[in-house]
Design a protein around this ligand. Sequence first.
Ligand SMILES: C[S@@+](CC[C@H](N)C(=O)[O-])C[C@H]1O[C@@H](n2cnc3c(N)ncnc32)[C@H](O)[C@@H]1O
Length: 276
Amino acid sequence: MKPQIARVIEHNRSTAMEWPAYSSHRETVMRLLLEAAGNSVGMSLCLVGAGNCNDVDLVRLSDRFGEIHLVDLDESAMRRAAARQLGGNREAQSNIVIHGAVDVAGVLEALARPVDPVELATIATEARPHVGDAPFDVVASLCVVTQIIDSVVATLGTSDPAINGAVTAVRNRHLAILGELAKPEGRVVFVTDFVSADTAPDILEPGANRVDLMKRHIADRNFITGTNPVAIEQVCRGEPAVPLDVESFVTPWIWDLGKRSYLAYALVLRPRPRTD
Ligand SMILES: C[S@@+](CC[C@H](N)C(=O)[O-])C[C@H]1O[C@@H](n2cnc3c(N)ncnc32)[C@H](O)[C@@H]1O
C-alpha cells in the first residue's frame, strides 16, 4: 500500500471512536448540509472525505436526502461508520452509496514515485477523479483538503520553493472538482480546519471573536497551508479553472477532536457556468 494511503487509514483507525468529541462540530456541519438542501426532500448528497463519518449524522441526513454518497480513500472506515450509525436501519442503509478507494485529488499515484513539485502541479491540474453517480445536488468537502495538502508536503518536503505552486494547484483543483461533482444549480459546502490550537491557543479563549482571530492569524501567516479563506475567495473570483461563486462565509467554530482542537470554517459555493 502507498505510504500516503497507509497514513490516512491509520489516522482514521485511531480516531474512529471520536464520535462524542465531534458533537459540536457535527452539529455545525449538519446545519450547513441541511441548509444547503433548502426545503427540498430526496435530493442527492455527496460527502467527500467521509471517512469515519464522525462529523455527520447519517440517520438525520437520510431523513432529508434520498441518496447519500460517501467518498473517501478509506473504504473500510466508511463501512464501519455506516454500520455503527445505521445498525439494522434498512431504510437509511438503502440511501447510502459507498465510493471507496477514490483519490479525490488524483495525485497519490504520482506521489508514490519520484516526482518534483512542478510536475505534481501539472498532474493535480489534470486530475479527473471518478465518482460514479455524479453530479449531485449538494457536495461537501469534509476537512479533506488539509489531509491532501499534508500528503503532498509530507512527501515532497518544503525545501523546493516550487512546493507552494504544487500546494496551490492541488487546493485549487480540489475546489474545481467539488464544483464539477455538483449539479449546475447545486451547492458546494467546503469545510476545512484552518489553524490548530497548538499554534494558536487564543482560539480557545472564551468569548473570543473568531472572525477577528482568523484575520489576525492570516496577517501573521499562522494557518494551515492552503486554507486562507481570503485567498480561496480570490481564486473563486479570478481563476477561470475554479468556476465557483462564494455564496457565504460561515463564521469559524471550534472543532474539538479531544486530543487536539482546530479553528474550522466553511464556505458555501455555487458552481458558475464555465465560459471556456
Ligand atoms: C479529517 S478526515 C475528515 C473527517 C471525517 N469526515 C470524519 O468524520 O471522521 C479526512 C478524510 O479524508 C480522507 N482523505 C485524505 N486524503 C484523501 C484523498 N486524496 N482522497 C480521498 N479521501 C482522502 C481520509 O481518509 C479521511 O477520512
